[in-house]
Design a protein around this ligand. Structure first.
Ligand SMILES: [Zn+2]
Length: 359
């Protein structure tokens, strides 16, 4: 009974996610107006909205204008139903199961939004992050709060630094434009200070430069060409300076993640409108940390298993990229897939890996 309920709930939630995926990029309200055919605009009745069945009975066409309906709609419904069914095998009826359903629904919506638009909306990445932290705080589920917070910061910090090094290499070591008051430069500085002085002081110093940037209106930052090369040097030298490598790494990732998530939140509430040469307003580009925020959100649910999610995501993304020879692939769906696998099977995979190593 519980499994059947989970499956049916997943189908209905999937139908709602289709609306979310369609409307968020168009900045339309999710609740109103009721669903319409995207081709002819005819309002859809209850009979048109039965998950999967309506699609099959109408043979994939709109009842009113006969234009084809994308098979994406029943696919999203079936996928969500299948994931809820999977969750019902792990969690008995209760609050925890419904939290896992929410976790899965966020990831389905984020994946398809990223496929459509190459963007991960802040409302959903931060929504997932704060739901994970809140659940950890109130229920110690799925992890105790300290583990969830560490997981979120470390995961965001790791991917933020990967993005930093990637950017530096792609620009052939030219300095990136620093964002005022906060941008990736502060993330990289926080990592360096955090490695040398611990995460608290690292974050405090980076927040200080953020405040100075805001006050003066110009970037108060160390160049990436200094911070990013010095950071691995600090890791290598740490053991010789009496610090242990693990706490040095932890310090830099925690501090970097703190700045990445706080900076991203700042820009989420303060969208900038850049004007291009033709005088048109373009979308805000500040931070551009969609994947970093998503992995941070996964960290709140998975703790350090979010790093396994990152590994699985990179692996799956590389396989698909090679198979289809795509240049530009959105990374969000692979991170989400890695996150779901790591959430349900992370500990089993980790134990299997240790056993394979003979530990
Ligand atoms: Zn129609």
């Amino acid at each position: 009974m519980w499994s059947l309920f989970a499956l049916l709930l997943g189908l209905v939630v999937g139908s709602f996610l289709n609306v979310v995926i369609h409307r968020i990029p168009r900045k339309e309200s999710i609740a109103f107006p009721p669903s319409r055919c995207p081709q002819c605009g005819h309002p859809l009745g209850p009979l048109d909205l039965v998950p999967i069945l309506s699609y099959l009975l109408l043979k994939g066409r709109c009842r009113y204008c006969r234009s084809p309906i994308s098979p994406r709609y029943p696919l999203v419904e079936a996928l969500t139903g299948g994931l809820f069914l999977l969750a019902s095998r792990f969690y008995p009826p209760g609050v925890e199961a419904f939290l896992v359903f929410a976790f899965l629904a966020f990831l389905v919506a984020l994946s398809f939004l990223d496929l459509d638009t190459f963007e991960l909306p802040d409302s959903l990445t931060y929504g997932l992050l704060f739901l994970g932290l809140l659940s950890a705080y109130l229920l110690s589920f799925p992890r105790p709060f300290a583990e969830a917070l560490d997981g979120a910061l470390i995961a965001a910090g790791v991917l933020g630094l990967v993005a930093g090094y990637g950017g530096l290499f792609l620009r052939r070591f030219r300095e990136a434009r620093a964002e005022v008051p906060v941008g990736p430069h502060q993330v990289h500085m926080a990592a360096l200070f955090g490695a040398l002085l611990g995460p608290g002081v690292g974050m405090a110093l980076a927040f200080l430069t953020w405040a100075l940037s805001a006050r003066t209106g110009r970037p108060v930052v160390l160049p990436d060409r200094i911070t990013l090369p010095l950071l691995p040097l600090a890791w290598i030298l740490a053991p010789y300076l009496g610090a242990d490598l693990l706490s040095t790494l932890r310090g830099s990732f925690l501090a970097a993640g703190g700045l990445a998530l706080a900076g991203g939140l700042y820009w989420a509430f303060k969208p900038i409108h850049e004007v291009n040469e033709e005088g048109e307003e373009t979308d805000p580009v500040a931070m551009g940390y969609g994947d970093v925020k998503l992995l941070g959100a996964l960290g709140a649910w998975l703790g350090l298993y979010s790093l396994l999610a990152l590994f699985l995501g990179v692996f799956a993304g590389a396989l698909v990229g090679l198979a289809f020879r795509q240049r530009k692939i959105p990374f969000g769906p692979y991170l989400a897939l890695g996150g779901i696998v790591a959430f349900f099977y992370g500990e089993a995979l980790w134990r299997a890996y240790l056993a394979w190593l003979g530990l």
